[in-house]
Ligand binder design. Structure first.
Ligand SMILES: C[S@@+](CC[C@H](N)C(=O)[O-])C[C@H]1O[C@@H](n2cnc3c(N)ncnc32)[C@H](O)[C@@H]1O
Length: 273
């Protein structure tokens, strides 16, 4: 039984699987449930007019496009991701949305950032830290490249709180746990940040949680289930037939208007000493 976080090992996936992840990132970025969470912390970044911002693990660049379009942002943003197809997609989307004068993308590893110390006013990790191999190395790198007084923003889910309703509660719980462990290297990392951030000279200025809940209908959690349930089977965590049954029941619940799913997301804004 081998679990392989698909986002961490995106460079080992076939082309079709990479395309599905690109589609998932873009559909998530259009989901109001999700975009309001980015807006909530972007509004509190307090960036200077000529701000230089780095997003680590930028995927298709949706967050940096949002940032570039904000009326309170007049600086420059760079997104780094390990995946060449994601960076190619990010560059194309930024051109199409005419923000490529303010946003650029390049390939890189969050564990070893190719930037000098103190190069950025703010460094963001938006649903990255749950995927990386060594979260502490990534936090050290983020702390290194942000300037003293600058902000590190970390947003991610606490995937130990991820839950879908399912009539058989025992299997529903097994499926919740399997989804979290098949899809995330670090499903509980957001609980560790109050302890980890200060160790890298990052003082927590603000931190909060948001329960993302869909009752009746599902959009965010619909695409989440459809994207990640196959990885539960692929990792051999639960039998394929049972996972298919669970997925069918989720689709049926959405059709009936009886769907329920929830997960708590956390945001930390920390200042570099
Ligand atoms: C869930 S996606 C989030 C993408 C983007 N931040 C967003 O919110 O739309 C996680 C991203 O982290 C990237 N990633 C994972 N491990 C990485 C690493 N070690 N270095 C750089 N990128 C990494 C993946 O390639 C993927 O694009």
């Amino acid at each position: 039984m081998v679990t392989r976080d698909p986002h961490r090992f995106v460079n080992e996936l076939d082309e079709a699987a990479v395309e599905r992840l690109i589609a998932r990132l873009e559909s998530r970025a259009k989901d109001a449930v999700f975009t309001r969470l980015f807006d909530k912390y972007a509004a509190r970044l307090a960036l200077p007019p000529s701000a230089q911002v780095l997003e680590v693990g930028c995927g298709t660049g949706a967050m940096m496009r949002f940032l570039a379009k904000r009326s309170d942002f007049s600086g420059k943003a760079i997104g780094v991701d390990q995946s060449p197809p994601f960076i190619e997609a990010a560059t194309g989307f930024a051109q199409r949305e005419r923000v490529d004068d303010r946003v650029a993308f390049r390939i890189g590893d969050a564990h070893n950032l190719d930037f000098p110390a103190a190069a950025f006013d703010a460094v963001i990790a938006n649903t990255l830290i749950s995927h990386v191999t060594e979260p502490e190395t990534v936090l050290r790198e983020m702390a290194r490249v942000v300037r003293p007084g600058g902000t590190v923003a970390i947003f991610d889910g606490d995937y130990a709180s991820l839950t879908y309703a399912f009539p058989d509660h025992d299997f529903g719980h097994q499926m919740d746990v399997a989804l979290a462990s098949a899809s995330f290297n670090n499903p509980r990392i957001m609980r560790d940040l109050p302890r980890l951030l200060p160790a890298f000279g990052l003082e927590v200025n603000a931190a909060w949680g948001d329960a993302v809940v869909e009752i009746g209908n599902g959009s965010y959690f619909k695409s989440f289930a459809e994207t990640y349930a196959p990885y539960v089977t692929g990792a051999g965590l639960l039998p394929a037939e049972a996972v298919e049954g669970w997925l069918a029941a989720q689709r049926q619940a959405m059709e009936n208007g009886t769907f329920f799913a929830s997960c708590t997301y956390y945001t930390y804004l920390a200042q570099r000493s």
